[in-house]
Design a protein around this ligand. Structure first.
Ligand code: BG6
Length: 482
Protein backbone atom coordinates (compact mmCIF):
# COMPACT_ATOMS: atom_id res chain seq x y z
CA UNK A 1 0.00 0.00 0.00
CA UNK A 2 1.21 3.49 -0.73
CA UNK A 3 0.90 5.98 2.11
CA UNK A 4 1.74 9.65 1.96
CA UNK A 5 1.75 12.27 4.69
CA UNK A 6 -0.62 15.24 4.33
CA UNK A 7 -0.41 18.54 6.16
CA UNK A 8 -1.84 17.98 9.61
CA UNK A 9 -2.08 19.09 13.22
CA UNK A 10 -0.56 16.68 15.76
CA UNK A 11 -2.42 17.25 19.03
CA UNK A 12 -0.84 15.72 22.14
CA UNK A 13 -3.21 15.43 25.09
CA UNK A 14 -1.07 15.09 28.20
CA UNK A 15 1.67 17.11 26.53
CA UNK A 16 3.46 18.00 29.76
CA UNK A 17 3.76 14.41 30.98
CA UNK A 18 6.74 12.05 30.86
CA UNK A 19 5.63 10.13 27.80
CA UNK A 20 5.31 13.31 25.79
CA UNK A 21 8.68 14.77 26.76
CA UNK A 22 10.69 11.56 26.95
CA UNK A 23 9.33 9.71 23.94
CA UNK A 24 6.82 11.49 21.73
CA UNK A 25 8.42 14.85 21.05
CA UNK A 26 11.93 13.46 20.41
CA UNK A 27 10.58 10.65 18.21
CA UNK A 28 8.23 12.96 16.32
CA UNK A 29 11.05 15.43 15.72
CA UNK A 30 13.36 12.70 14.41
CA UNK A 31 10.70 11.28 12.10
CA UNK A 32 9.85 14.71 10.68
CA UNK A 33 13.51 15.50 10.03
CA UNK A 34 14.57 12.09 8.74
CA UNK A 35 11.59 11.74 6.42
CA UNK A 36 11.70 15.37 5.35
CA UNK A 37 8.19 16.04 6.65
CA UNK A 38 8.85 19.12 8.77
CA UNK A 39 6.56 21.35 6.72
CA UNK A 40 3.62 18.98 6.95
CA UNK A 41 3.22 19.03 10.73
CA UNK A 42 2.23 21.53 13.40
CA UNK A 43 2.11 20.32 17.00
CA UNK A 44 -0.37 21.43 19.60
CA UNK A 45 0.43 20.39 23.18
CA UNK A 46 -2.61 20.19 25.44
CA UNK A 47 -2.48 19.93 29.22
CA UNK A 48 -4.02 21.21 32.40
CA UNK A 49 -0.96 23.32 33.30
CA UNK A 50 -1.12 26.97 32.46
CA UNK A 51 1.98 27.22 30.32
CA UNK A 52 1.39 29.23 27.16
CA UNK A 53 3.22 28.59 23.88
CA UNK A 54 6.54 29.92 25.13
CA UNK A 55 6.46 27.93 28.38
CA UNK A 56 5.76 24.72 26.46
CA UNK A 57 8.50 25.43 23.91
CA UNK A 58 10.94 26.04 26.73
CA UNK A 59 10.19 22.66 28.28
CA UNK A 60 10.20 20.92 24.92
CA UNK A 61 13.65 22.38 24.11
CA UNK A 62 14.94 20.98 27.39
CA UNK A 63 13.42 17.56 26.68
CA UNK A 64 14.80 17.41 23.15
CA UNK A 65 18.22 18.44 24.41
CA UNK A 66 18.10 15.66 27.00
CA UNK A 67 17.21 13.26 24.20
CA UNK A 68 20.55 14.08 22.58
CA UNK A 69 19.48 16.71 20.02
CA UNK A 70 21.51 19.87 19.70
CA UNK A 71 19.86 23.19 20.74
CA UNK A 72 20.67 24.83 17.37
CA UNK A 73 19.08 21.96 15.53
CA UNK A 74 15.77 22.09 17.40
CA UNK A 75 15.25 25.74 18.14
CA UNK A 76 13.69 26.67 14.79
CA UNK A 77 11.27 23.72 14.98
CA UNK A 78 10.24 24.57 18.54
CA UNK A 79 9.61 28.22 17.66
CA UNK A 80 7.71 27.65 14.46
CA UNK A 81 5.89 24.37 14.99
CA UNK A 82 5.05 23.96 18.68
CA UNK A 83 1.97 25.46 20.30
CA UNK A 84 0.23 24.95 23.60
CA UNK A 85 -3.34 25.10 24.82
CA UNK A 86 -4.35 24.73 28.45
CA UNK A 87 -7.56 22.82 29.10
CA UNK A 88 -7.95 24.66 32.38
CA UNK A 89 -10.19 23.35 35.10
CA UNK A 90 -13.59 24.32 33.70
CA UNK A 91 -15.98 22.46 31.41
CA UNK A 92 -15.18 25.03 28.71
CA UNK A 93 -11.79 23.41 28.13
CA UNK A 94 -12.67 21.41 25.03
CA UNK A 95 -14.67 24.15 23.32
CA UNK A 96 -11.69 26.48 23.78
CA UNK A 97 -9.48 23.72 22.41
CA UNK A 98 -11.77 23.42 19.38
CA UNK A 99 -11.45 27.17 18.70
CA UNK A 100 -7.68 27.02 19.03
CA UNK A 101 -7.42 24.04 16.69
CA UNK A 102 -9.51 25.77 14.04
CA UNK A 103 -7.49 28.94 14.30
CA UNK A 104 -4.18 27.06 14.00
CA UNK A 105 -5.54 25.17 11.00
CA UNK A 106 -6.52 28.45 9.36
CA UNK A 107 -3.14 30.10 10.13
CA UNK A 108 -1.14 27.16 8.83
CA UNK A 109 -3.40 26.18 5.94
CA UNK A 110 -4.12 22.74 7.35
CA UNK A 111 -7.21 21.22 5.71
CA UNK A 112 -8.67 19.72 8.91
CA UNK A 113 -6.31 16.73 9.16
CA UNK A 114 -5.91 15.99 12.88
CA UNK A 115 -4.11 13.46 15.00
CA UNK A 116 -5.18 13.27 18.64
CA UNK A 117 -2.54 11.46 20.69
CA UNK A 118 -3.82 10.51 24.16
CA UNK A 119 -0.58 10.51 26.16
CA UNK A 120 -2.66 10.32 29.31
CA UNK A 121 -3.18 8.05 32.31
CA UNK A 122 -5.68 5.36 31.20
CA UNK A 123 -8.31 6.66 33.63
CA UNK A 124 -8.53 9.84 31.52
CA UNK A 125 -9.05 8.15 28.13
CA UNK A 126 -12.88 8.26 28.35
CA UNK A 127 -13.00 11.95 29.33
CA UNK A 128 -10.62 12.87 26.53
CA UNK A 129 -12.55 10.89 23.91
CA UNK A 130 -15.82 12.46 25.02
CA UNK A 131 -14.25 15.92 25.10
CA UNK A 132 -12.98 15.55 21.54
CA UNK A 133 -16.22 14.00 20.29
CA UNK A 134 -18.69 16.33 22.02
CA UNK A 135 -16.83 19.48 20.99
CA UNK A 136 -17.16 18.40 17.36
CA UNK A 137 -13.41 17.93 16.92
CA UNK A 138 -13.84 14.40 15.57
CA UNK A 139 -15.56 15.87 12.49
CA UNK A 140 -13.64 17.86 9.92
CA UNK A 141 -13.22 18.22 6.18
CA UNK A 142 -9.88 16.37 6.49
CA UNK A 143 -8.94 13.05 8.09
CA UNK A 144 -8.99 12.35 11.83
CA UNK A 145 -6.88 9.82 13.76
CA UNK A 146 -6.91 9.08 17.46
CA UNK A 147 -3.99 7.35 19.13
CA UNK A 148 -4.54 5.54 22.41
CA UNK A 149 -1.73 4.26 24.60
CA UNK A 150 -1.87 0.96 26.43
CA UNK A 151 -3.31 -0.44 28.64
CA UNK A 152 -6.56 -0.31 26.69
CA UNK A 153 -8.99 -1.05 29.50
CA UNK A 154 -8.17 -2.90 32.67
CA UNK A 155 -10.25 -6.01 32.00
CA UNK A 156 -12.74 -7.34 29.49
CA UNK A 157 -15.70 -5.19 30.46
CA UNK A 158 -13.74 -1.93 30.69
CA UNK A 159 -12.06 -2.59 27.33
CA UNK A 160 -15.49 -3.22 25.78
CA UNK A 161 -16.83 0.01 27.26
CA UNK A 162 -13.82 1.92 25.99
CA UNK A 163 -14.21 0.44 22.52
CA UNK A 164 -17.87 1.32 22.39
CA UNK A 165 -17.15 4.87 23.57
CA UNK A 166 -14.44 5.18 20.92
CA UNK A 167 -16.86 3.92 18.25
CA UNK A 168 -19.37 6.60 19.23
CA UNK A 169 -17.04 9.25 17.79
CA UNK A 170 -14.54 7.41 15.60
CA UNK A 171 -14.50 4.70 13.01
CA UNK A 172 -12.15 1.72 13.61
CA UNK A 173 -10.02 2.92 10.68
CA UNK A 174 -9.35 6.13 12.67
CA UNK A 175 -8.32 4.40 15.92
CA UNK A 176 -4.64 3.62 16.51
CA UNK A 177 -4.20 1.52 19.68
CA UNK A 178 -0.52 1.51 20.56
CA UNK A 179 1.47 -1.43 21.80
CA UNK A 180 5.01 -0.14 21.47
CA UNK A 181 6.34 -3.71 21.12
CA UNK A 182 4.87 -3.79 17.64
CA UNK A 183 7.11 -0.88 16.69
CA UNK A 184 10.27 -2.81 17.51
CA UNK A 185 12.11 -3.88 14.38
CA UNK A 186 12.75 -7.35 15.74
CA UNK A 187 9.10 -7.92 16.58
CA UNK A 188 8.13 -6.93 13.05
CA UNK A 189 10.92 -9.12 11.76
CA UNK A 190 9.13 -12.17 13.16
CA UNK A 191 6.85 -12.00 10.11
CA UNK A 192 9.75 -11.75 7.67
CA UNK A 193 11.68 -14.44 9.52
CA UNK A 194 8.73 -16.81 9.33
CA UNK A 195 7.12 -16.03 6.01
CA UNK A 196 10.10 -15.12 3.85
CA UNK A 197 12.20 -18.14 4.85
CA UNK A 198 10.82 -21.53 3.94
CA UNK A 199 13.44 -23.37 5.98
CA UNK A 200 11.89 -22.15 9.21
CA UNK A 201 8.26 -22.08 8.17
CA UNK A 202 8.24 -25.71 7.10
CA UNK A 203 9.35 -26.68 10.63
CA UNK A 204 7.03 -24.29 12.42
CA UNK A 205 4.39 -26.72 13.66
CA UNK A 206 3.51 -29.49 16.11
CA UNK A 207 5.33 -32.14 14.06
CA UNK A 208 8.71 -30.49 14.54
CA UNK A 209 8.40 -28.23 17.59
CA UNK A 210 7.94 -29.67 21.05
CA UNK A 211 7.57 -26.46 23.08
CA UNK A 212 8.01 -22.69 22.96
CA UNK A 213 9.08 -20.22 25.62
CA UNK A 214 8.59 -16.48 25.50
CA UNK A 215 10.35 -14.43 28.16
CA UNK A 216 10.24 -10.71 28.70
CA UNK A 217 12.60 -9.96 31.56
CA UNK A 218 13.43 -6.59 33.06
CA UNK A 219 16.03 -5.74 35.65
CA UNK A 220 14.37 -2.44 36.52
CA UNK A 221 11.76 -2.22 39.24
CA UNK A 222 8.72 0.02 38.94
CA UNK A 223 10.71 3.28 38.94
CA UNK A 224 8.40 6.18 39.84
CA UNK A 225 5.28 4.48 38.53
CA UNK A 226 3.85 3.01 41.74
CA UNK A 227 0.53 4.80 41.34
CA UNK A 228 -0.10 3.10 38.04
CA UNK A 229 1.76 -0.17 38.58
CA UNK A 230 0.37 -1.10 41.97
CA UNK A 231 -3.10 -1.12 40.43
CA UNK A 232 -2.03 -2.70 37.15
CA UNK A 233 0.47 -5.48 37.93
CA UNK A 234 2.35 -7.59 35.40
CA UNK A 235 -0.73 -9.16 33.83
CA UNK A 236 -2.21 -5.84 32.75
CA UNK A 237 1.12 -4.14 32.15
CA UNK A 238 2.87 -6.77 30.03
CA UNK A 239 1.05 -10.07 29.51
CA UNK A 240 -2.29 -8.88 28.10
CA UNK A 241 -0.55 -6.69 25.53
CA UNK A 242 3.18 -7.14 24.82
CA UNK A 243 3.37 -10.89 25.46
CA UNK A 244 0.04 -11.55 23.75
CA UNK A 245 1.30 -9.68 20.68
CA UNK A 246 4.59 -11.58 20.54
CA UNK A 247 2.72 -14.84 21.00
CA UNK A 248 0.28 -14.03 18.18
CA UNK A 249 3.05 -13.11 15.76
CA UNK A 250 4.99 -16.25 16.68
CA UNK A 251 2.05 -18.60 16.26
CA UNK A 252 -0.15 -17.04 13.54
CA UNK A 253 -0.81 -18.43 10.08
CA UNK A 254 0.47 -16.62 6.99
CA UNK A 255 -1.83 -13.73 6.12
CA UNK A 256 -3.41 -13.73 2.66
CA UNK A 257 -1.73 -10.38 1.93
CA UNK A 258 0.75 -8.24 3.83
CA UNK A 259 -1.86 -5.69 4.90
CA UNK A 260 -3.12 -4.43 8.23
CA UNK A 261 -6.42 -6.29 8.39
CA UNK A 262 -5.16 -9.52 6.93
CA UNK A 263 -2.35 -9.65 9.49
CA UNK A 264 -4.63 -8.68 12.34
CA UNK A 265 -7.20 -11.31 11.30
CA UNK A 266 -4.56 -14.01 11.69
CA UNK A 267 -3.27 -12.66 14.99
CA UNK A 268 -6.70 -12.63 16.55
CA UNK A 269 -7.34 -16.22 15.42
CA UNK A 270 -4.39 -17.35 17.53
CA UNK A 271 -5.84 -15.74 20.65
CA UNK A 272 -9.25 -17.25 19.89
CA UNK A 273 -7.73 -20.73 19.68
CA UNK A 274 -6.35 -20.63 23.22
CA UNK A 275 -8.52 -22.57 25.66
CA UNK A 276 -9.16 -21.04 29.09
CA UNK A 277 -5.93 -20.92 31.08
CA UNK A 278 -5.96 -23.21 34.11
CA UNK A 279 -5.08 -21.68 37.47
CA UNK A 280 -2.57 -24.50 38.04
CA UNK A 281 -0.72 -23.37 34.96
CA UNK A 282 -0.09 -19.85 36.24
CA UNK A 283 2.36 -18.51 38.80
CA UNK A 284 2.04 -14.97 40.15
CA UNK A 285 4.85 -13.58 42.30
CA UNK A 286 6.27 -10.39 43.78
CA UNK A 287 9.89 -9.44 44.30
CA UNK A 288 11.57 -9.32 47.68
CA UNK A 289 14.75 -7.37 48.27
CA UNK A 290 17.90 -8.65 46.63
CA UNK A 291 20.84 -7.65 44.45
CA UNK A 292 20.98 -6.63 40.83
CA UNK A 293 24.37 -6.19 39.19
CA UNK A 294 25.92 -6.18 42.68
CA UNK A 295 23.66 -3.41 43.92
CA UNK A 296 21.21 -3.94 46.74
CA UNK A 297 17.61 -3.23 45.74
CA UNK A 298 14.53 -2.95 47.92
CA UNK A 299 11.51 -5.20 47.89
CA UNK A 300 8.40 -4.28 45.90
CA UNK A 301 6.44 -3.45 49.03
CA UNK A 302 9.17 -1.03 50.10
CA UNK A 303 9.03 0.91 46.82
CA UNK A 304 7.78 4.48 47.37
CA UNK A 305 4.06 4.70 46.74
CA UNK A 306 3.38 0.96 47.00
CA UNK A 307 0.97 -0.23 49.68
CA UNK A 308 2.98 -2.05 52.40
CA UNK A 309 0.63 -5.03 52.12
CA UNK A 310 0.31 -4.90 48.35
CA UNK A 311 -0.39 -8.20 46.62
CA UNK A 312 0.29 -6.88 43.11
CA UNK A 313 2.18 -9.34 40.95
CA UNK A 314 5.51 -8.23 39.48
CA UNK A 315 6.20 -11.64 37.93
CA UNK A 316 4.06 -14.08 35.99
CA UNK A 317 4.84 -17.43 34.46
CA UNK A 318 2.21 -19.42 32.64
CA UNK A 319 1.62 -22.30 30.33
CA UNK A 320 -0.95 -22.13 27.61
CA UNK A 321 -1.94 -24.16 24.60
CA UNK A 322 -3.19 -23.22 21.18
CA UNK A 323 -5.86 -25.59 20.02
CA UNK A 324 -5.52 -25.46 16.29
CA UNK A 325 -4.13 -27.77 13.62
CA UNK A 326 -0.68 -26.25 13.72
CA UNK A 327 -0.10 -26.17 17.46
CA UNK A 328 -2.31 -28.72 19.18
CA UNK A 329 -0.31 -30.33 22.00
CA UNK A 330 2.61 -27.86 21.91
CA UNK A 331 2.91 -25.97 25.21
CA UNK A 332 3.73 -22.26 25.10
CA UNK A 333 5.38 -21.04 28.29
CA UNK A 334 5.22 -17.28 28.89
CA UNK A 335 7.15 -15.42 31.55
CA UNK A 336 7.70 -11.81 32.52
CA UNK A 337 9.05 -10.07 35.58
CA UNK A 338 10.53 -6.95 37.07
CA UNK A 339 13.81 -7.09 38.97
CA UNK A 340 15.07 -10.17 37.15
CA UNK A 341 18.84 -10.43 36.58
CA UNK A 342 18.84 -8.64 33.23
CA UNK A 343 16.74 -7.04 30.53
CA UNK A 344 15.99 -9.46 27.77
CA UNK A 345 13.08 -10.42 25.55
CA UNK A 346 13.44 -13.73 23.80
CA UNK A 347 11.54 -16.51 22.10
CA UNK A 348 12.91 -20.02 22.50
CA UNK A 349 11.78 -22.59 19.97
CA UNK A 350 12.57 -26.12 21.15
CA UNK A 351 12.51 -28.64 18.33
CA UNK A 352 11.67 -32.28 18.86
CA UNK A 353 14.29 -34.75 19.94
CA UNK A 354 15.51 -37.30 17.36
CA UNK A 355 13.32 -40.40 17.70
CA UNK A 356 16.22 -42.70 18.64
CA UNK A 357 19.90 -42.24 19.41
CA UNK A 358 22.04 -44.31 17.09
CA UNK A 359 25.27 -43.20 18.78
CA UNK A 360 24.47 -44.91 22.04
CA UNK A 361 27.15 -47.57 22.31
CA UNK A 362 29.80 -44.99 21.52
CA UNK A 363 28.80 -41.95 23.47
CA UNK A 364 26.69 -41.01 26.45
CA UNK A 365 24.17 -39.91 23.85
CA UNK A 366 23.19 -36.64 25.45
CA UNK A 367 21.72 -35.34 22.22
CA UNK A 368 20.38 -31.83 22.70
CA UNK A 369 17.24 -30.93 20.82
CA UNK A 370 17.84 -28.33 18.18
CA UNK A 371 16.85 -24.97 19.49
CA UNK A 372 16.22 -21.61 17.91
CA UNK A 373 16.59 -18.60 20.14
CA UNK A 374 15.23 -15.33 18.82
CA UNK A 375 16.37 -12.34 20.87
CA UNK A 376 14.04 -9.37 20.46
CA UNK A 377 16.17 -7.18 22.75
CA UNK A 378 18.72 -6.03 23.75
CA UNK A 379 21.11 -8.01 21.49
CA UNK A 380 18.67 -8.34 18.62
CA UNK A 381 19.18 -11.39 16.45
CA UNK A 382 18.99 -15.17 16.58
CA UNK A 383 20.96 -18.26 17.45
CA UNK A 384 20.32 -21.68 15.98
CA UNK A 385 21.77 -24.48 18.10
CA UNK A 386 22.75 -27.87 16.68
CA UNK A 387 25.01 -30.78 17.64
CA UNK A 388 28.36 -31.51 15.98
CA UNK A 389 30.93 -34.21 16.48
CA UNK A 390 33.90 -33.19 18.56
CA UNK A 391 37.12 -34.09 16.78
CA UNK A 392 39.00 -37.25 17.75
CA UNK A 393 37.89 -40.33 19.68
CA UNK A 394 35.85 -41.26 21.63
CA UNK A 395 32.70 -40.13 19.89
CA UNK A 396 31.44 -37.03 21.60
CA UNK A 397 28.70 -34.59 20.62
CA UNK A 398 28.90 -30.88 21.20
CA UNK A 399 26.28 -28.17 20.80
CA UNK A 400 27.33 -25.27 18.61
CA UNK A 401 25.37 -22.40 17.10
CA UNK A 402 24.89 -20.24 14.04
CA UNK A 403 24.04 -16.66 14.82
CA UNK A 404 22.89 -13.42 13.37
CA UNK A 405 23.11 -10.06 15.15
CA UNK A 406 21.16 -7.11 13.85
CA UNK A 407 23.77 -4.63 15.01
CA UNK A 408 26.48 -6.32 12.92
CA UNK A 409 24.34 -6.20 9.81
CA UNK A 410 22.57 -2.88 10.20
CA UNK A 411 24.03 -0.90 13.11
CA UNK A 412 21.77 0.48 15.84
CA UNK A 413 18.01 0.17 15.37
CA UNK A 414 15.61 3.08 15.60
CA UNK A 415 13.26 3.53 18.53
CA UNK A 416 9.86 1.79 18.38
CA UNK A 417 8.07 5.12 18.83
CA UNK A 418 9.69 6.53 15.71
CA UNK A 419 8.36 3.65 13.65
CA UNK A 420 4.89 3.93 15.15
CA UNK A 421 4.69 7.71 14.83
CA UNK A 422 5.69 7.52 11.19
CA UNK A 423 2.92 4.95 10.63
CA UNK A 424 0.39 7.20 12.36
CA UNK A 425 1.39 10.11 10.11
CA UNK A 426 0.95 7.85 7.09
CA UNK A 427 -2.27 6.26 8.37
CA UNK A 428 -0.90 2.70 8.23
CA UNK A 429 -2.62 0.57 10.91
CA UNK A 430 -0.61 -2.64 10.45
CA UNK A 431 1.33 -2.18 13.70
CA UNK A 432 -1.64 -1.12 15.79
CA UNK A 433 -4.02 -3.28 17.74
CA UNK A 434 -7.58 -3.72 16.48
CA UNK A 435 -10.61 -3.67 18.79
CA UNK A 436 -11.28 -7.40 18.50
CA UNK A 437 -7.63 -8.22 19.29
CA UNK A 438 -7.77 -6.23 22.51
CA UNK A 439 -11.04 -7.76 23.56
CA UNK A 440 -10.01 -11.32 22.72
CA UNK A 441 -6.84 -10.88 24.70
CA UNK A 442 -8.81 -9.58 27.68
CA UNK A 443 -11.28 -12.46 27.31
CA UNK A 444 -8.37 -14.82 27.76
CA UNK A 445 -6.65 -13.12 30.68
CA UNK A 446 -9.48 -11.47 32.65
CA UNK A 447 -10.49 -14.74 34.38
CA UNK A 448 -7.06 -14.77 36.04
CA UNK A 449 -7.74 -11.35 37.52
CA UNK A 450 -11.02 -12.56 38.91
CA UNK A 451 -9.47 -15.52 40.68
CA UNK A 452 -7.81 -15.30 44.00
CA UNK A 453 -4.35 -16.15 42.69
CA UNK A 454 -1.73 -16.99 45.32
CA UNK A 455 1.23 -14.59 45.20
CA UNK A 456 4.60 -16.25 45.64
CA UNK A 457 7.78 -14.31 46.22
CA UNK A 458 11.21 -14.20 44.63
CA UNK A 459 14.44 -12.51 45.50
CA UNK A 460 15.23 -9.52 43.28
CA UNK A 461 18.05 -10.47 40.92
CA UNK A 462 16.87 -14.08 40.45
CA UNK A 463 14.83 -15.65 37.66
CA UNK A 464 11.62 -15.71 39.68
CA UNK A 465 10.10 -17.98 42.30
CA UNK A 466 10.77 -21.71 42.53
CA UNK A 467 7.10 -22.29 41.64
CA UNK A 468 7.85 -20.98 38.14
CA UNK A 469 10.59 -23.58 37.77
CA UNK A 470 8.23 -26.26 39.02
CA UNK A 471 5.68 -25.29 36.38
CA UNK A 472 8.13 -26.52 33.75
CA UNK A 473 9.74 -29.26 35.80
CA UNK A 474 6.43 -31.03 36.12
CA UNK A 475 6.43 -31.30 32.30
CA UNK A 476 10.07 -32.45 32.28
CA UNK A 477 11.38 -29.10 31.05
CA UNK A 478 13.40 -26.14 32.30
CA UNK A 479 13.40 -22.44 31.49
CA UNK A 480 16.09 -21.28 29.12
CA UNK A 481 17.43 -18.16 30.79
CA UNK A 482 19.08 -15.49 28.68
C1 BG6 B 1 5.83 -0.74 29.13
C2 BG6 B 1 5.50 -1.15 30.54
O1 BG6 B 1 4.72 -0.93 28.30
O2 BG6 B 1 6.92 -1.52 28.65
C3 BG6 B 1 6.72 -1.03 31.43
O3 BG6 B 1 4.46 -0.34 31.02
C4 BG6 B 1 7.89 -1.77 30.85
O4 BG6 B 1 6.44 -1.52 32.74
C5 BG6 B 1 8.11 -1.35 29.40
O5 BG6 B 1 9.04 -1.43 31.62
C6 BG6 B 1 9.16 -2.20 28.76
O6 BG6 B 1 9.42 -1.75 27.48
P1 BG6 B 1 10.81 -2.06 26.75
O7 BG6 B 1 10.64 -1.48 25.40
O8 BG6 B 1 11.88 -1.40 27.58
O9 BG6 B 1 10.95 -3.55 26.76
Amino acid sequence: MDFSVDRHLFVILGATGNLSFLKLLPSLYRVLMEKNLKDSCQVLGVGTKDLGDEGFRERAREALKNAGLSPEEISDWCDSCLHYQSLGKTSQGYSKLAERIKSLEADHKIPGNRIFYLALPPSLFPTAMEGIGESGLSQSPGWIRIVIEKPFGSDLSSSRELNSLARRYFDESQIFRIDHYLGKETVQNLLIFRFANTIFESLWNRDRIESMQITMAESIGIEERARYYDRAGALRDIVQNHLAQILSLTAMEAPAVFEADSIRDEKVKVLRSIPPIRMDDVVFAQYEKGQIKNKAVRSYREEPGVAPDSSTETFIAMKLEIDNWRWQGVPFYLRTGKRLPRRNTQIVVNFRHPPICIFKPHSSCQIQSNRLLITLQPDEGFHLFFDVKEPEEPLRLKTESLHFHYKDAFGPLSDAYQTLIHDILKGDQTLFVRADEVETSWELFTPLLEKDMPIFSYEAGTWGPKEADQLLKRDGRTWINP
